[in-house]
Design a protein around this ligand. Structure first.
Ligand code: UDX
Length: 452
């Protein structure tokens, strides 16, 4: 919405939320999320044609077009728990819009939704008592975190699905101010809703595919980065999204695949469901493989050993930790009795502790006293990478932050327990060079490099 406001000074954009403290943050100098370049975009438009407010009703009344942009997390209980999307917030928005609207409104689904959600939204809107009429469009968002501003400025495509040609045209005209018309694709509602889930499923599938091959590389002496390069030069495959890693994270991939799996099951397509589910199974396997490898390499025990965790965000240039592989690796290491010293350039200590508490929740959403104690006693959060590795038995690189490539690794090595182990979950550090300093290096999808 900030980008629309920035690019279209004559359109007034009002962002409304029930949460007062969130809105206060959006109105302050410290935005609630870290995203490179976002602050500048917000500052350019805020106070001009971009407003953040808790006046939900006023926002609905005064707008011609309303974007539903609430989250749709995986359901944690009830029917479809662990798979289906929780549509409670979308439905509440639709009901509020039906209540407060007068005249004609275009309602745009921006949240990622299961196919045919628009049908429910339309039915709710139809129940409006005050004569308001609506068109419903689907306009999924394809930006990736960390590169959101560049993605929004020059997207590969904008997708608009809907039934009303005039409503589609009005939304297309907004994007057309800065995006070439041929990049604005229009489809029917259901294709648009399904395309978003499919895009994320295909992207995640590529990561799981290369990660599956990484296990085979480690067993055979092949190097996964070389394999990725070799296959990526085939123009039919292409080079992007072939970086083997400790596992994908983020708010979308797992949630959207599970949602797709649930949809397939709902429509009786059990084999299709199993096919896509395997992408998530492979991702869990990859995370587990990484933590198991650390324990095995450290002479089959990490109990009371100090392990430096470099990076906690699910990828670089974001402070988002949702589904970050680091959470699961830390959980496994804590269960094995390790002492973790964690450093991330952008993630707060509070967030890290919350995430670790959350991952230890049992089925009744309780955290046992033992797990609470583990986190209190065995987790330290520090403010730089050197501090994290001081006296450590091993380092685990969890996020590909650029600053990890700039560190003085001689200094890091000197202050570690010997032998010094380094597990590079992102293959970003130069293994041969580190081995010559004295590290034993274990990357993803390649043989380990002993100190030379
Ligand atoms: C993703 C989609 O890319 C975006 O189009 C959609 O709108 C939202 O979901 P995002 O989750 O922000 O975006 O990040 P993305 O860059 O896709 O990375 C997702 C995860 O996959 C990260 O944990 C990343 O580290 C991992 N990844 C990505 C790999 O492990 N290897 C790769 O080659 C690419």
């Amino acid at each position: 919405m900030a980008m629309i406001a920035k690019q279209c000074p004559e359109i007034h954009v009002t962002v409304v939320d029930l949460n007062q403290s969130r809105i206060d943050q959006w109105n302050s100098d410290v935005l609630p999320i870290y995203e490179p370049g976002l602050k500048e975009v917000v500052e350019q438009a805020r106070g001009r044609n971009l407003t953040f407010s808790t006046d939900v009703e006023g926002g609905i009344r005064s707008s011609d077009m309303i974007f539903i942009s609430v989250n749709t997390p995986t359901k944690t209980h009830g029917m479809g728990a662990g798979r289906a999307a929780n549509l409670e917030f979308v439905e509440k928005c639709a009901r509020r819009i039906a209540e407060c609207s007068v005249g004609h409104k275009i309602v745009v689904e921006k949240s990622t939704l299961p196919v045919r959600t628009a049908e429910a939204v339309k039915r709710i809107l139809k129940s409006a008592q005050n004569g308001a009429t609506f068109d419903v469009l689907s306009n999924p968002e394809f930006l990736a975190e960390g590169t959101a501003i560049a993605d929004l400025l020059a997207p590969d495509r904008v997708l608009i699905g809907g039934e009303s040609a005039s409503a589609i045209e009005r939304l297309a005209q907004v994007y057309e101010r800065w995006i070439p018309r041929e990049k604005i694709l229009t489809t029917n509602l259901w294709s648009s809703e399904l395309s978003k889930l499919t895009a994320n499923a295909f992207l995640a599938q590529r990561v799981s595919s290369i990660n599956a091959i990484s296990a085979l590389c480690e067993a055979t002496g092949a190097d996964v980065d070389e394999v990725a390069k070799a296959i990526g030069t085939d123009s039919r495959i292409g080079p992007k999204f072939l970086k083997a890693s400790v596992g994908f994270g983020g708010s979308c991939f797992q949630k959207d695949i599970l949602n797709l799996v649930y949809l397939c099951e709902h429509f009786g397509l059990a084999d299709v469901a199993r096919y896509w589910e395997q992408v998530v199974v492979m991702n869990d396997y990859q995370k587990k493989r990484f933590s198991t490898n650390i324990v095995r390499t450290l002479f089959h025990t990490v109990s009371d050993k100090q392990i430096a965790i470099w990076g906690f965000a699910f990828k670089k240039d974001t402070n988002d930790t949702r589904e970050s592989a680091a959470i699961y690796v830390c959980r496994d290491l804590l269960e094995e009795g390790a002492r973790l010293v964690i450093y991330d350039p952008r993630v707060s200590e509070k967030q890290i502790r919350n995430d670790l508490l959350h991952v230890f929740k049992d089925q009744s959403l309780e955290v046992s006293a033992r797990h609470r104690q583990l986190i209190e006693k065995n987790v330290t959060v520090v403010s730089d990478a050197y501090q994290a590795s001081n006296q450590a038995h091993a380092i685990a690189v969890m996020t590909e932050w650029d600053e990890f490539k700039q560190l003085d690794m001689h200094r890091v090595h000197q202050n570690m327990q010997q032998p010094a182990f380094l597990f590079d979950g992102r293959n970003i550090l130069p293994a041969e060079k580190l081995a010559s300093i004295g590290f034993e290096v274990h990357g993803i999808g390649r043989s380990s490099t002993p100190p030379s």
